[in-house]
Write a protein that binds this ligand. Structure first.
Ligand code: PMP
Length: 398
């Protein structure tokens, strides 16, 4: 321990020097039911344009009430893993409801999306096989591929033809093709119809992690698959999270009965961990009902997104090609992104700078996210501030 200390210090100093050192901000409790602000120590309030609470459900009183009512019945902790004595009625019901929502035979709950992706990749792929992932896939898909022991190849972002070429190159070996449905840092959609075709032609698995699409896009909020009109045959394995649009916590894998049964039998991130607390599952069940019953939330966040884009274009604020509530403002260097974050913070907005290794070097950005809980005025004010932000490149539109 003692000998390693200088190396640790040097590594921390290196991160600081590169403007890549990260820090946490402690957010104070905030009782407002439609929270769209964060309150920092000292009482300062910032409008939060950084969360993944797209539908504004994370602070909905009904979710909190479902959680406390369940806690009164089940206690706070589940006490054991699902395969021992940790699997409760709330888990079981939520799995049934998620299977129905995604039109799949079964769904399996995980504690986090990170673990769900580790489980799926490491169970469905193995040594001697291949995993092909989009270059911008979420870290958990990449780590799952590493855990699987399969050979990992990454194809250029959203390039289904490149994925198909890689699949065709080695037809004898089993392969798994994996992608985000909506890319977490860019907000764009994967070319799922083309990827599905390529996977089917090659007899490969297709795994879509739709953490940021479910609840938000598609005519009834069923995500990127619904957006493209793809069924369970076209995309056999779907991963979803409950801590984003659904405002709760946890994740699930939806698929056919055999796939889910195999995960229960073999997935180490499922087997060797304590089951999610049942009150959390109760909050997710409540969110699933609200997300479907209150379609205005989805309509609202998408209309605020359109408003944000329209005004950004008029104000000369650079954007990426995203139609989802993830609206990154590309800035290039980590230092510029950090400077922009600080400037916005002074003006009362919380917009996180995203830097390497979360995004490739040279593509640091502000990741603006919209929520149904925002007001039009807040969106307008943010655009006004962004347009005046000294860190932003001046565009010809100004
Ligand atoms: N997949 C994607 C695409 C994500 O963006 C995230 C969260 N950032 C995850 C998986 C992990 O989900 P969780 O936060 O539930 O671990």
């Amino acid at each position: 321990m003692k000998r390693a200390a200088p190396a640790l210090e040097a590594e921390l100093a290196r991160l600081t020097g590169l403007q890549l050192r990260r820090s946490r901000t402690t957010v104070e409790a905030f009782p407002a039911s439609d929270r769209r602000e964060v309150r920092l120590a000292g009482g300062r309030r910032l409008v939060d344009f950084s969360s993944n609470d797209y539908l504004g459900l994370a602070h909905h009183p009904a979710l909190a009430a479902a959680m406390s009512a369940c806690a009164a019945r089940t206690g706070a902790g589940s006490g054991a893993s699902h395969l021992i004595t940790g699997h409760g009625a709330e888990h079981e019901r939520l799995e049934e409801e998620l299977a129905a929502f995604t039109h799949r035979e079964r769904a399996l709950l995980f504690s986090t999306g990170y673990m769900a992706n580790l489980a799926v990749l490491a169970t469905l792929a193995g040594r001697g096989e291949r995993v092909l992932l989009d270059r911008l896939s979420h870290a958990s898909l990449i780590d799952g591929a590493r855990l699987s022991g399969a050979e990992l190849r990454r194809y250029p972002h959203a390039d289904a033809a490149a994925a198909a070429r890689l699949l065709a190159r080695d037809p004898e070996r089993s392969a798994l093709l994996g992608t985000d449905g909506v890319f977490s840092m860019d907000g764009d959609l994967a070319p799922l119809p083309e990827l599905s075709r390529a996977a089917r032609e090659a007899g490969a698995w297709l795994v879509v992690d739709d953490a940021h699409g479910l609840g938000v896009i598609g005519a009834s909020g069923r995500g990127a698959l619904e957006h493209f009109g793809l069924d369970a045959e076209a995309v056999p394995v779907l991963v979803g999270t409950l801590g984003k649009a659904f405002g709760s916590f946890g994740a699930f894998v939806a698929g056919d009965a055999d796939t889910i049964e195999l995960l229960i039998q073999k997935a180490r991130p499922y087997i060797y961990t304590t089951a999610l607390p049942q009150p959390v599952a109760a909050a997710s069940r409540c969110a699933l009902v609200l997300a479907q019953a209150e379609s205005w939330r989805r309509e609202r966040v998408l209309s605020l997104t359109a408003r944000f884009r329209r005004q950004a274009r008029e104000a000369g604020v650079p954007l990426l090609d995203s139609l989802t509530p993830i609206q990154p403002v590309p800035l290039g260097s980590a230092a510029t992104a950090l400077a922009a974050q600080r400037e916005l913070e002074e003006a009362g907005f919380w917009v996180a700078a995203i830097r390497p290794p979360t995004v490739p070097p040279g593509s640091s950005r502000l990741r603006v996210t919209l929520s149904a809980a925002h007001t039009e005025a807040e969106v307008d004010e943010l655009i006004g501030r962004l347009a005046r932000c000294s860190a932003l490149p001046r565009s010809s539109a100004e």
